[in-house]
Write a protein that binds this ligand. Structure first.
Ligand code: CUA
Length: 299
């Protein structure tokens, strides 16, 4: 009985999570955040899925504690109220009960801390990556340097800025409709860039994250983490994306006037396609380097 009750509760929560994921009812609901989404996305990497599962475990425990505590409280309030002739007991301590309500929280904390610690350790393990991308935050755009791919320097770097369409609409008094800004059928107002970060799926990607002026934060919810970009420091993090797609994010650290206007777009493509893209950009970069006059962001 208890087991089926638990299953039912789990199912109810899973249903809520699905609803929260969006009424789309497809896996797309878990890829990018959608309007009115309540729960976090499951994401597109093993790590992001584990982050989601850990979050759900914490949620179930919190909900369970809430239900038990409020149930006991309301039973006490209604059943043992003065108007029903309740008389207070005179004892004040119950050693056995105190031991129980100390041990249960300790067990719950261990149950949460164990997977959380394992996940943190795995999230910090940036070793044995095949691709290294350096991310630099600027007021108010991102620079991406492909530092290493399969032990070689691809020599590809570019600046990624807010797309021109969003930029036009956002101008004061533009009179343009933000809802009309689309990337395909996605409402991409302030969520699209001119040059997305192109990465391969199924490859461990290490990110080196820093900034050149003030603190920014590189955040793509679908990857399951955000990482501060701090001038003078290099933070690292990693991902291995399972599903090709466009994954959007934003700067997540208040970095000045245009904080809201430095979105992130990660374009995950099959490895062969990525290598083709890299080769194209490499030769383009080499050509502009030969001319010697190309500013950053054109490479
Ligand atoms: Cu960069 Cu906020």
């Amino acid at each position: 009985m208890i087991a089926s009750g638990v299953t039912r509760t789990r199912r109810a929560f899973a249903g809520l999570a699905l609803l929260a994921g969006g009424a789309l009812g497809s896996t797309a609901a878990f890829a990018n955040p959608v309007p009115w989404q309540l729960n976090m996305p499951q994401g597109v990497s093993d790590i992001s899925k584990r982050v989601y599962d850990l979050h759900m475990l914490g949620l179930y425990v919190c909900a369970g504690i809430g239900i038990v505590v409020f149930a006991v409280m309301f039973v006490a309030m209604f059943r043992f109220r003065k108007s029903r002739g309740a008389v207070a007991q005179t004892w004040a301590h119950n050693t056995r009960l105190e031991v129980v309500w100390t041990i249960i929280p300790i067990l719950l904390l261990i149950m949460l801390a164990w997977p959380a610690t394992r996940l943190l350790i795995d999230m910090n393990d940036v070793g044995e990556s095949d691709l290294t991308v350096k991310v630099t935050g600027f007021q108010w755009r991102w620079r991406y340097d492909y530092v290493e791919y399969q032990k070689q320097d691809p020599g590809v770097h570019f600046i990624s800025s807010l797309d021109t369409e969003s930029n036009r609409v956002r101008q004061l008094g533009s009179g343009l409709d933000p809802n009309a800004v689309k990337d395909g059928d996605y409402s991409s107002y302030l969520l699209n860039v001119d040059n997305p970060l192109v990465v391969p799926v199924g490859v461990k990607i290490r990110f080196l994250i820093t900034a050149d002026d003030v603190i920014h934060s590189w955040w793509v919810p679908t990857l399951g983490w955000k990482q501060d970009a701090i001038p003078g420091f290099i933070n690292d993090n990693w991902t291995k994306i399972n599903t090709p797609g466009l994954y959007r994010g934003q700067c997540a650290e208040l970095c000045g006037r245009d904080h809201a206007f430095m979105p992130i777009v990660v374009k995950a493509v099959p490895q062969a396609e990525f290598e083709q893209w890299l080769a194209t950009h490499k030769s383009a970069a080499a050509a502009t380097a030969a001319v010697g006059a190309a500013p950053d962001g054109q490479g």
